[in-house]
Design a protein around this ligand. Sequence first.
Ligand SMILES: C[S@@+](CC[C@H](N)C(=O)[O-])C[C@H]1O[C@@H](n2cnc3c(N)ncnc32)[C@H](O)[C@@H]1O
Length: 241
Amino acid sequence: MTSYRKSHIGAGVGERYDAKHAIRVDALIWNDFVKPQVRKEFEHAASEGAASYLDFACGTGRLLKLGHTVFGESVGIDISENMLMVAQRRVPDAQLKCVDVTRSPPSDIGCFDCVSMFRFILNAEPELRRDALKWIADHMNRGATLIVNNHRNSASISGFFSRLAFWLPKDAKNILSRREMVEILRVAGFSLVRCEGFRILPSIFGRPLFGRKLQVRGERLCRRMGLGRFGAELVMVAMRD
Ligand SMILES: C[S@@+](CC[C@H](N)C(=O)[O-])C[C@H]1O[C@@H](n2cnc3c(N)ncnc32)[C@H](O)[C@@H]1O
């Protein structure tokens, strides 16, 4: 099995990654739901005194940009130079490090009060996931905030269809339950504080089923009805024990 470390390496991968997600329902859910939610979490952490911010596996920098706006400074870590090139353009003032902390941990990085880690835990193989979370936990102050996502919740409609899709390669069928996420976090030294679910309605090959406007309205309605736990994307806020 190839390591997830190699998944986003190569010329033009950053541009392709952004272009692919821009036309999918993910972009709509990010803009209308997840981004405002994460901003609220960052602002909450900042109001409690958090000052130093890290986006782990920052990719092309969508979280990094948001965190940078709230905290006024940011560090982004990723293993892919090509993803980081796009992040650099998006957040020119961020401190970006192209490093695999699980293999060559940098010595001069310090401790963080708030860390985000999106679209990583689900697809990273268990050892990489464990080692990355351990490094993060070792570089966070007690009581610091970790914000992560699980972008294919097994209790969602898309999680259900992933199980049935026998023609897909194994890594495209990765799913995790809320309980598995909580356990992964617990083992790494974090306690869950809050969990919100998004992308409740299904999509067809990643495109909105009912058109943009209706999909957003439908999502809003589903969330109001308390169906967040069936969302394909779970956003979890955890505290460093
Ligand atoms: C799906 S992208 C997510 C990017 C960004 N967090 C987002 O949500 O848009 C996953 C990222 O994890 C990075 N990655 C994989 N292995 C890594 C490692 N060992 N250390 C840091 N980043 C890694 C990849 O290079 C890629 O940019």
